[in-house]
Design a binder for this molecule. Structure first.
Ligand code: GLN
Length: 273
C-alpha cells in the first residue's frame, strides 16, 4: 500500500487530516521517514500491522489509541481507551502552572487521566512534587506508567478516589495548588460529539447537566485543602467563562480567565479572596 493509497482510504472515511495521519501511520508501523514519504508517495509499504491500523482508523477509532502513544508538551505519553487523549489545548494550562507554582510547591492534579498535566508540569519544575488522583484503577496505572516513562515517578504519588466525594483527599496535607482538567461537557451535548470523541471515556467528558459538576465539587469539598496563598487552576470550556466566574464568586475566589492563541477561553485561575 502506498502513501497515496492510505490518504485515499482515510479521505473516503471522511478523515479530515488524512495526509498527516497517513505519514504518522507510516512512521509508526514502517519506520518510514517523513521527507522520504513525501518524495516517493508511490512507494509500496505493507504489513499486517499497518493494514490492521488503517482498518481501525477507517472505523473512526482515534489515531492516538491505535498508535498507543501521543505527544504532549514535548513529552510522549502512552494512551489507551482508559484515558482522555492529551490535547494541545491543555498545554496552555501546563504553561500557566509552570510559571505560577511557587518554589518547592506540592500540587494536586485532580482527574489526572494519562497524567499529562502533572507529569509535564513536573518535568519542567524539578523543584516541585505532586499527587495525581483518578477514579479508575486502570487509568491510574496508565498515569503511573507515564510518570516512569517521563522520569518523574519519584516526585509523583497517586491516589485512587472519587473527587465528587468529600473524603477524596482525606489525610492529605494542604497543597500549594490544585490543577484540574475535569470532565466539563454538558450531558445533553454528548450525543452530538464526533465519533472519535465518543470513543474516549465518557467519564472523562461528562460534566453533568450543567457541565459544572466537577468544578463545583472541587470548590465545595477540596478548596479547604489549599494553602493560604494557593491557587486552583482549571481548564474550562470555551463557553464557560461566566459560569466559572459566578461559581468562583459563590465560593469566595477571584477568577482570572486565560485564553489560547486563537483567543478562546481555556483556563480559570482561582485565588481565595
Ligand atoms: N487531566 C487529563 C487531561 O488533561 C484528563 C482530563 C479528563 O479526564 N477530563 O488529559
Amino acid at each position: 500500500m502506498t502513501y497515496k493509497d492510505i490518504v485515499c482510504r482515510l479521505k473516503n472515511a471522511s478523515i479530515e487530516d488524512a495526509e498527516s495521519e497517513a505519514v504518522l501511520l507510516l512512521e509508526h508501523y514502517c519506520m518510514a521517514n517523513r521527507a522520504h514519504v513525501f518524495s516517493f508517495p508511490d512507494e509500496d509499504y505493507s504489513g499486517p500491522a499497518l493494514a490492521e491500523a488503517i482498518k481501525r482508523r477507517v472505523r473512526r477509532e482515534p489515531l492516538q489509541y491505535i498508535l498507543g502513544e501521543w505527544g504532549f508538551f514535548g513529552e510522549s505519553y502512552f494512551v489507551d481507551e482508559n484515558c482522555l487523549i492529551p490535547r494541545a489545548d491543555t498545554e496552555i494550562l501546563v504553561e500557566k502552572a509552570i510559571v505560577s507554582l511557587p518554589h518547592g510547591a506540592r500540587f494536586a492534579d485532580l482527574c489526572t487521566g494519562s497524567g499529562c498535566i502533572a507529569i509535564s508540569t513536573l518535568r519542567h519544575r524539578e523543584d516541585c512534587s505532586a499527587l495525581a488522583l483518578d477514579l479508575f484503577p486502570k487509568t491510574l496505572e496508565l498515569a503511573r506508567k507515564n510518570a516512569r516513562h517521563n522520569g518523574v515517578e519519584a516526585r509523583l504519588s497517586f491516589r485512587l478516589a472519587d473527587i465528587l466525594r468529600s473524603d477524596a483527599l482525606d489525610g492529605e496535607e494542604p497543597f500549594d495548588a490544585i490543577l484540574s482538567n475535569p470532565p466539563y461537557i454538558r450531558t445533553s451535548v454528548l450525543p452530538s460529539l464526533a465519533k472519535e470523541l465518543k470513543a474516549e471515556p465518557r467519564a472523562a467528558l461528562d460534566g453533568g447537566e450543567d457541565g459544572l459538576v466537577f468544578y463545583r465539587a472541587i470548590l465545595e469539598h477540596h478548596g479547604k485543602l489549599l494553602k493560604e496563598n494557593g491557587f486552583i487552576l482549571f481548564e474550562i470550556g470555551f463557553d464557560q467563562q461566566s459560569d466559572l466566574e459566578a461559581l468562583a464568586a459563590q465560593y469566595g475566589y477571584t477568577a482570572e480567565i486565560g485564553y489560547d492563541l486563537s483567543g478562546n477561553v481555556r483556563t480559570a485561575l482561582l485565588r481565595k479572596i
